[in-house]
Design a protein around this ligand. Structure first.
Ligand code: FES
Ligand code: FES
Length: 161
């Protein structure tokens, strides 16, 4: 059965007809057309599908779209300001935090959630914040360095992530 789903995606209020069993990742990719959010394991194990729901990192492959009624959902596309990358997006580029890039949107959204809660996490806290996100390519060192690069940039500019 379909019903109207009312929520905000990347700051834009939407009302869409959505099946009650539609997953959030499929809603974002197929209904909204935001394909930055990736489907990896399809079972809550890899973190590739991580988005922010009301500011908290959540796995969109195990979240029903209808459960987000009234919520603010943010995807990796929502971080950029037009063509200007966010500090974390830019850091993953500058510090070579991505290789194939498949895990990158989920990593960035998990890191975004972490930095909003804790703007100056230690390396251990970064590792804990990204513990639910798997990468097959980088060995994680470059990913941790990318988050630290963003923290340094934000610190020097005095801005939020
Ligand atoms: S696709 Fe959602 S956790 Fe892997
Ligand atoms: S960069 Fe390829 S899976 Fe992480």
């Amino acid at each position: 059965m379909k019903s109207i789903l009312s929520l905000t995606v990347n700051g834009v209020a939407r009302d869409d007809a959505a099946a009650d069993n539609l997953l959030l990742v499929d809603y974002l990719r197929e209904v909204v057309g935001l394909t930055g959010t990736k489907m990896g394991c399809d079972g809550g194990e890899c973190g590739a599908c991580t988005v922010l729901i009301d500011g908290q990192p959540r796995l969109s492959c195990i979240t029903l779209a209808q459960a987000c009624t009234g919520s603010e959902v943010e995807t990796v596309e929502g971080l950029a300001d037009g063509s200007r990358l966010s500090p974390l997006q830019s850091a993953f580029n500058e510090a070579l935090g991505a290789q194939c890039g498949y895990c990158t949107p989920g990593m960035i959204m998990a890191a975004e959630g972490l930095l909003r809660e804790n703007p100056s996490p230690s390396e251990d806290e970064i590792r804990q914040g990204l513990a639910a996100n798997l990468c097959r390519c980088t060995g994680y060192i470059k990913i941790i360095e990318a988050v630290q690069f963003a923290i340094d940039e934000l610190g020097s500019k005095g801005k939020a992530a």
